[in-house]
Design a binder for this molecule. Structure first.
Ligand SMILES: [Zn+2]
Length: 480
């Protein structure tokens, strides 16, 4: 089945590739009586931000009478269109006892509708030389297709058919459940450190549904009835909870006419779409947990800090802080823990910026002979420095360059543009935010990074997971 691309796991799969961050000093060194002495340095002027401009994207937003949002961006470089359908429903919309439903529907959407047989949707795209994919995360479920532009009407029709007449049967639910169970084993249970994300989230969130991950335990899905599943579908997979993002070589008036023709007859939900209103209470002290996993032989430390939402003002200095801590060869954690002290095999970090406030991670997998506690101490020292001194001009410059390169690169394809526009429209509630982000990054100063480090990367706002290797059974020979 085509829609197999796993969930964009907030972080767990990204352990290897994540972007980093700083962490808190675990010790109560909040207000050191004696600020660390600063070595006198030649005055370094703050670097000017890169003189980069990304041309503003000429996005248009329309809304059909049934509430369906249509966001378009014409780009006639190549005769290709990328279409995305964003349903504003993710794992945070699942009620307690019904986890896994959003991911279930990512798969059910491939199982057939009134005029399209099981698996035919993706086959129809492939037959015209296109490709399709799907993913589910905390906030949204996204279906995307990239194909030669003359097939836009056909692909819109395919998406409308499954929005309006999805075939939800017990057999389809049972089949999807099998696939989900296999994905759970592949991505969570079997990989080394695969359970880290799930364990951290369960501890870091007490009230907000971000406390369960998208690919959750199978228990809820195993007992779900067809009526419960259908009810979830009827509530969320409606035109007034969806956004079409169309990018590429097409005419907007023509695309809108097709959208009206194919989607216009699908009724909106009778009641407003329910939204998550629960707010996670402020964290007042550090939370800690220690775990051992069967296939994770080296100790590790992962610290998770509470951070504000995607598109919030503080996101931008936090992302750059994370770059400086853990991205690339010159990242502080890497230089110190991996290259200089050789105490870590790998360091990683990333901010999971989502519709509601989430977590920023930083961590290390230690080499033999170093304990998770050693790792925590070392990581905390480095994060402590982020909070007490401005980053170097060269570090800020590098972080800018990396961030700008990433933004620019994802604009090279219609699919990448669609990703950015869809996220702004659905998670940020304003497609025009895509035109703001570069400027927001370039306005960040070293003082901003120091400030957000002090505000968010503190022990009080952290959850710390220490991974200890499993003890050898009694009588086993001593380890190396
Ligand atoms: Zn899946």
């Amino acid at each position: 089945m085509t829609f197999r691309q796993p969930i964009r796991l907030s972080l767990s799969l990204a352990l290897a590739a994540a972007m980093p961050f700083l962490v808190v000093t675990a010790a109560r060194a909040q207000q050191p009586a004696n600020p660390p002495a600063r070595v006198a340095q030649p005055a370094q002027a703050a670097p000017p931000p890169p003189a980069v401009k990304l041309p503003p994207l000429a996005i248009e937003t329309h809304r059909l009478l049934n509430g369906l949002e249509v966001v378009t961006l014409e780009s006639h470089r190549v005769p290709v269109v990328s279409l995305q359908v964003w349903y504003h429903v993710g794992s945070k919309d699942e009620r307690s006892g019904q986890t896994g439903f959003a991911h279930l529907f990512e798969h059910l959407m491939a199982d057939g509708s009134a005029h399209v047989g099981p698996g035919e949707h993706s086959r129809a795209i492939e037959q015209v030389g296109g490709s399709s994919n799907a993913y589910t995360n905390d906030d949204a479920t996204v279906f995307s297709e990239t194909f030669p532009s003359r097939y836009l009407a056909r692909v819109l029709w395919l998406e409308a058919d499954r929005m309006g007449s999805l075939d939800i049967t017990q057999a389809n639910v049972d089949d999807a459940r099998q696939i989900l169970a296999a994905e759970r084993r592949e991505h969570i249970d079997d990989p080394p450190y695969g359970r880290v994300t799930e364990d951290l989230y369960a501890t870091a969130f007490a009230s907000h549904p971000y406390g369960h991950i998208t690919i959750g335990p199978m228990a809820d899905l195993d007992k779900a009835t067809l009526a419960e599943v259908s009810d979830f579908h009827g509530t969320y997979y409606r035109p007034n909870n969806a956004t079409l993002v169309i990018v590429g070589d097409f005419s907007t008036p023509e695309a809108l006419a097709w959208a009206r023709e194919y989607f216009g007859g699908i009724p909106a939900s009778p009641a407003p779409i329910p939204r998550v209103t629960v707010k996670e209470p402020p964290q007042t002290s550090q939370r800690r947990l220690t775990r051992s996993y069967p296939n994770s032989p080296l100790p590790a430390v992962i610290e998770a800090f509470r951070i504000p939402a995607r598109f919030s003002v503080d996101q931008y200095p936090l992302v750059l802080a994370s770059e400086i801590l853990s991205q690339g060869r010159n990242a502080r954690l890497r230089r110190s823990l991996v290259e200089s002290d050789r105490m870590a095999l790998q360091v990683f970090g990333a901010g999971n910026f989502t519709e509601d406030p989430n977590l920023l991670f930083v961590g290390a997998i230690l080499t033999h002979g170093n304990s998770a506690a050693d790792g925590e101490k070392a990581v905390n020292q480095i994060i402590g420095k982020m909070r007490t001194a401005p980053v170097e001009p060269a570090e800020l410059e590098r972080a800018w360059n990396q961030t700008v390169a990433r933004l620019a690169e994802s604009r090279q394809t219609d699919q990448g543009l669609g990703d950015q526009i869809g996220e702004a429209a659905v998670v940020g509630h304003d497609p025009a935010l895509v035109n703001e982000e570069l400027g927001r990054y370039l306005r960040v100063t070293a003082a901003d990074i120091e400030r957000v480090s002090r505000e968010y990367l503190t022990a009080q706002h952290s959850t710390v997971l220490l991974v200890e290797p499993k003890m050898a059974p009694a009588g086993a020979p001593p380890g190396p």
